[in-house]
Design a protein around this ligand. Structure first.
Ligand code: MF3
Ligand code: CO
Length: 249
C-alpha cells in the first residue's frame, strides 16, 4: 500500500530531509585523506542528534552504525570502521534521519583528494542519472519511467546499473511501498500521484552489474572489483515540479 502524505506529514518529511542535508554539509568539511569512516560516523551521529533527530539506520535490522560509508568497489552498506580514507578514493555516504516520526534518506559519492578522471566521470554520470529519472517523478507519470530513464542513461554512458537493490517509498518507515528499481520498462509501473514521498537511488558500477555481499551480512561490493557510485534523494511528488526534500539550495 502506498501512503499519500498529508500537508502536516509533508512538513515533517521536510524537517527530516533538512537534517539529512545538513549532515552531508557537516561531513563534507571532514572528507579528507586520513579520516576514518568511524570518525565520519560519529560526526554524523552527533550532528543528527543535536538537531533533535535520530539516525534512521542505527539498529535498523541490526545495522550497527548511523551511516553507511562505502569506499571504491563497495557499492552500498559499508559499515564504518577504522579504515582511513586515502587520496584517490571515492566514498559513498548514505544517511537517514528520523524526526517527529518521519524519515529522510539520501546518498552521495565524494572524491577523496585528487581522483582519476574516470572516477570523476562515474560520479558525474551517476548523479546525472538521478536527475534524468527525476524528469518523470511527476503526478500521473508511471513509476518505471523513472527506472527506465536511469537505466538508459547509465548504460548509454558505458556503465552498469545494480539490479538487486532498489529505491523505495519513505515516510513513517524508512522503507515503504513502492519498491523503485533502477531498471525497467518505460511507461509501466504504478501511477505516481501528488503526496507520495519516494527515495530514488541509482547504484552504478563501472564494470558489470553483479554484486556480492560480504560475510558481515551488510557490505555489498562489485563482483568484479570495479568502482561503484551511489546517489539518492528523498522526493515529494507534487502537482508540478518534484520537491527534493534532501537537497536544499
Ligand atoms: N539508503 C539505504 C536504503 O535506503 C540505507 C539503508 S542502510 C540500513 O535502503 F542500515 F538502514 F539498512
Ligand atoms: Co534509501
Amino acid at each position: 500500500m502506498i501512503n499519500i502524505k498529508s500537508t502536516s506529514e509533508i512538513s515533517k518529511m521536510r524537517a527530516a530531509g533538512k537534517v539529512v542535508f545538513g549532515t552531508f554539509k557537516e561531513l563534507e568539511k571532514h572528507i579528507k585523506p586520513g579520516i576514518t569512516t568511524k570518525q565520519l560516523d560519529k560526526i554524523a551521529h552527533d550532528y543528527i542528534c543535536a538537531q533533535g533527530a535520530e539516525p534512521s539506520f542505527l539498529g535498523y535490522a541490526g545495522y550497527p552504525a548511523s551511516i553507511c560509508a562505502s569506499i571504491n568497489d563497495t557499492v552500498i552498506h559499508g559499515i564504518p570502521d577504522d579504515t582511513a580514507l586515502k587520496d584517490g578514493d571515492i566514498i559513498s555516504l548514505d544517511i537517514g534521519a528520523v524526526i517527529d516520526g518521519y524519515h529522510g534518506d539520501a546518498a552521495r559519492t565524494y572524491p577523496v583528494g585528487k581522483i582519476s578522471d574516470e572516477a570523476q566521470r562515474l560520479i558525474d554520470v551517476t548523479k546525472q542519472s538521478f536527475f534524468e529519472g527525476l524528469k518523470f517523478a511527476r503526478h500521473n507519470e508511471r513509476l518505471f519511467s523513472i527506472s527506465a530513464t536511469i537505466q538508459d542513461y547509465i548504460e548509454s554512458n558505458g556503465y552498469s546499473i545494480v539490479r538487486n537493490y532498489c529505491g523505495h517509498g519513505i515516510g513513517k518507515k524508512l522503507h515503504e511501498d513502492p519498491e523503485i528499481p533502477n531498471h525497467g520498462i518505460f511507461g509501466r509501473g504504478v501511477r505516481l500521484c501528488k503526496g507520495m514521498t519516494i527515495a530514488v537511488e541509482p547504484m552504478v558500477n563501472a564494470g558489470g552489474f553483479e554484486t556480492k555481499c560480504l560475510s558481515d551480512g551488510w557490505t555489498v561490493k562489485t563482483k568484479d572489483g570495479s568502482l561503484a557510485c551511489h546517489y539518492e534523494n528523498t522526493i515529494l511528488i507534487t502537482d508540478g515540479e518534484p520537491e527534493l526534500l534532501t537537497l536544499i539550495e
